[in-house]
Ligand binder design. Structure first.
Ligand code: SAH
Ligand code: SF4
Ligand code: F3S
Length: 498
């Protein structure tokens, strides 16, 4: 069965036509939650029909991205598809013929930002009536968002979801010609589409999807609903893509998945996991390989052993813990305990002593007491993360946690966040201080964003380094002695060796 058949069969197949809308399919979160047994097929993104190839000739597109790395990579795919259609990129809204918002649904403030932009588009559309404004990404997968756009933002021309990005040319054509708001969002994931065109943001670092979706269903999280079930790309497709990037001169790849440690669990024909994949990618001539995100209880010893071989596998692991309290972890449905997490950290540090560990933490989850929060602080102190992303819990409609009583005041949530930041910043500063006078390998990424006289690059452990140097070294590896370590960055001097 093809992707389109499956979606038409399982969801809203009615096609509503009115003066304003052409609704091909709308999202449904409870369908998005279901996990079917269908085999995932791999299909190829084929050549576009001639008329679509030329649709964008002489026209410009602009994509605004709001989400995680996967969302950013989806924007690169959409850019690739649009350029295939003849469009060229612009940074200026006034020059754009197509503006796409690639949205994120992870927290409420991410969504509020997008609605602000969508509102603003009304004026722009008045000035440029031919402009097509589209909404893509995780917010499009939420029925409440689609309803709001259909009711209150009728100047929007196109809504597409995360599962049908490859349908963009057809939907865009429909939006251009029908003058109606075109809505096509599949609730269920479809097949894996290979051979997607991509316009990568730079020629140095590249993202590579290794899998899609998430089956973990942490009780606070919307991702399993917006991204569907876990589906792994075949190892040979991933490896071919990394090889091609190496051939093109890329210096670094970051392998992407919501839970990279579940890679391969959905294969029925082979026994092959993330450790196996990394062991093969290790042999490819690409200088740096990173990956994100790891899920603690799926992180196996085989992977630790492979990472310990180092080479092009960087010693940085992003290992979200969310909370240090077992009671919280249970309510969050994270499938590990404080003890098993700490045991994993211990084994990682033993195998890779200079590893850098970073994490994600949520404060103010329903039911979090002062004592539970203290347990998070004590875990942070015990692990000594290099840095942490910290978030105030944000209820997401349709998730189990949204039904739990959100019993902590905004004030307490903010206090806890600040307390946690203070503790973490002190640790980050101390860990960076330990690098003083060390000479580190740095991949030079460009000029510093704040000071063009200074170059910026990253260490193997993904720390940002600033130093004075010649712009000719951008894109290359240099050695830098750390002279002035700060909390979030390292300042240093380039060291020239024979
Ligand atoms: N797949 C990754 C993370 C994806 S979302 C993982 O499991 O680690 C990135 C981070 O956003 C999460 O780790 C979590 O800390 C945070 N997050 C997710 N849902 C949230 C919510 N409803 N409120 C606040 N933070 C949330
Ligand atoms: Fe969300 Fe949990 Fe999946 Fe991460 S593992 S994407 S936090 S459900
Ligand atoms: Fe946001 Fe979707 Fe990524 S909700 S964090 S863009 S998977």
């Amino acid at each position: 069965m093809t992707t389109t058949d499956r979606n038409n069969l399982t969801q809203d197949s009615k096609s509503i036509r009115s003066n304003k809308f052409k609704v091909l399919s709308t999202p449904n979160l409870s369908l998005g939650k279901r996990r079917g047994k269908e085999e995932i097929e791999v299909v190829q993104f084929g050549d576009l029909p001639q008329e679509l190839h030329r649709l964008g000739e002489g026209k410009h597109y602009l994509i605004r991205t709001f989400g995680c790395q996967m969302n950013e990579h989806d924007s690169e795919v959409m850019a690739g598809i649009l350029e295939n259609m003849g469009y060229t990129a612009t940074e200026q809204e006034e020059d754009a013929d197509v503006i796409l918002f690639n949205t994120c649904a992870i927290r409420e403030n991410a969504e509020d930002k997008v609605f602000g932009h969508l509102g603003r588009m009304k004026t722009l559309k008045r000035e440029r009536p031919h402009l097509i404004v589209g909404v893509a990404g995780c917010m499009s997968q939420e029925e409440s968002v689609v309803n709001t756009i259909m009711q209150k933002y009728q100047h929007i021309d196109l809504i597409l979801g995360t599962h049908n990005i490859h349908r963009l040319p057809y939907l865009l054509q429909e939006a251009l010609y029908s003058k109606e708001m075109v809505v096509e969002v599949w609730s269920k994931e479809g097949d894996i589409v290979e051979n997607l065109p991509k316009v990568r943001q730079d020629g140095l670092k590249a993202w590579v999807n290794i899998m899609y979706g998430c089956d973990k269903f942490c009780t606070y999280c919307i991702v399993p609903y917006t991204r569907g079930k876990e589906r792994s790309r075949h190892p040979e497709d991933v490896i071919a893509e990394v090889r091609e990037l190496a051939r093109l001169g890329y210096q670094e790849v970051t392998l992407l998945g919501q839970n990279v440690n579940a890679y391969g669990k959905d294969f029925s024909h082979i026994q092959y996991g993330f450790g196996d994949l990394m062991d093969e990618i290790r042999k490819i001539g690409i200088p740096r390989v990173r990956f994100t995100t790891s899920y603690p209880s799926d992180f196996d010893q085989h992977l630790i052993d492979v990472l310990a071989k180092k080479g092009n596998l960087m010693e940085h692991i992003h290992l979200p813990v969310q909370s240090g309290s077992n009671a919280m972890l249970k309510l969050m449905a994270r499938k590990y305990t404080r003890e098993t997490y700490l045991d994993l950290v211990h084994r990682i540090k033993e195998a890779i002593p200079d590893v850098s560990l970073t994490t994600d933490i949520i404060v103010g989850f329903p039911g979090e007491t002062d004592e539970m929060f203290e347990e998070t602080l004590s875990l942070v102190k015990e692990v000594e993360y290099d840095s942490a992303f910290t978030f105030i819990y944000s209820p997401r409609e349709g998730t189990p946690a949204a039904k739990m009583q959100d019993d902590i005041s905004e004030e307490v949530k903010k206090e806890r966040l600040q307390h946690l930041l203070d503790v973490q910043n002190e640790i980050s500063r101390r860990k960076n201080e330990a690098l003083r006078d060390q000479v580190l390998e740095v991949l030079v990424e460009g000029e510093s964003k704040t000071n063009p006289d200074v170059l910026a690059g990253r260490t193997r452990t993904n720390k940002l380094v600033h130093f004075k140097g010649d712009t000719s070294s951008i894109g290359q590896f240099v050695y830098v002695r750390i002279t002035d370590p700060l909390t979030w960055t390292l300042n240093g001097e380039q060291v020239f060796t024979e």
